[in-house]
Design a protein around this ligand. Structure first.
Ligand SMILES: O=C(O)[C@H](O)[C@@H](O)[C@H](O)[C@H](O)COP(=O)(O)O
Length: 256
């Protein structure tokens, strides 16, 4: 079922450092709220620069104040490579974040790296279905898709989010929860990715976008700069059931 788009909150900061500070506070506040309300906090990570921008979470005060034992970690997209490869989003997150805080290892849902992209997508979707059946992840009443508490998304200069690229059909998937791509324009080519129905069933989404190379895309997404008649960029389709917050540094916001 389609839902009404809520207006995004657009936060602009003087520096990337200020984005990192604000993102940590936002994430820690949501962690407290969701753990209080429902006993756990499901967080869906991206790869790319996001993990570095999350660096303040593993420092005081959050390192000690967040109830990490209640966190559940997923990936909105993952490269289908060995989990110990430098290309793996899992490895990136482990090295920069997850190994520095006491999240139980059983709460960290990495892909099965022994499978093909198709197989890994099916396997991840089956594991999500099992978590829904076990009532660990709820289903959105509005959409019928799984509902995560917080997704932290990056964006590419072409406007992709997760591994949903402008000219690839995966962005239009309406039934699957997780799909795959074998020819990602951003290397490495084989990936799995959540689909938009799952992304948009989230309670909260943060779009974390820093750097001057993304300023044009931010302008198109938020400043109404899309050429008449052209297809919207994937980043423009992000519309969660709860709040959407854009975290921009001065460079990324420079064309707004
Ligand atoms: O696997 C990946 O590469 C990411 O999950 C991807 O979706 C990322 O979030 C964007 O490409 C933005 O990347 P940057 O933050 O590095 O610009």
């Amino acid at each position: 079922m389609a839902h009404k788009k809520s207006k995004p909150t657009i936060l602009k900061f003087d520096s990337e450092e200020d984005v990192a500070v604000a993102l940590a506070k936002y994430t820690a506040d949501l962690s407290e709220k969701y753990i209080r309300d429902k006993g756990s906090f499901s967080v869906v990570l991206s790869g790319g620069t996001l993990i570095d921008t999350l660096r303040k979470m593993v420092e005081p005060p959050y390192k000690d104040s967040v109830d990490w034992s209640k966190w559940l970690i997923f990936w909105v997209d993952e490269r289908v490579v060995p989990l110990d490869s430098d290309d793996s989003n899992y490895k990136l997150a482990c090295d920069g974040f997850l190994l520095k805080v006491p999240i139980p290892s059983g709460n960290i849902y990495a892909i099965n790296d022994k499978l093909s992209p198709d197989g890994a997508a099916n396997d991840y979707e089956a594991r999500l279905k099992h978590l829904v059946e076990s009532k660990i992840i709820p289903i959105s009443d509005a959409s019928g898709f799984p509902k995560f508490d917080l997704m932290l998304l990056g964006m590419g200069p072409d406007g992709h989010v997760a591994s949903l690229f402008p000219t690839h059909q995966q962005r239009y998937e309406k039934k699957r929860w997780v799909t795959f791509i074998t020819d990602s324009p951003k290397p490495p080519p084989p990936r799995i990715t959540f689909t938009f129905p799952v992304i948009n069933s989230s309670s909260e989404i943060a779009m974390v976008v820093t750097g001057a190379d993304l300023a044009n895309t931010v302008k198109i997404a938020l400043g109404g700069g899309l050429e008449p008649g052209s297809t919207p960029l994937p980043c423009m389709e992000v519309s969660p059931e709860g709040g959407l917050t854009w975290f921009l540094d001065k460079d990324a916001a420079s064309k707004l």
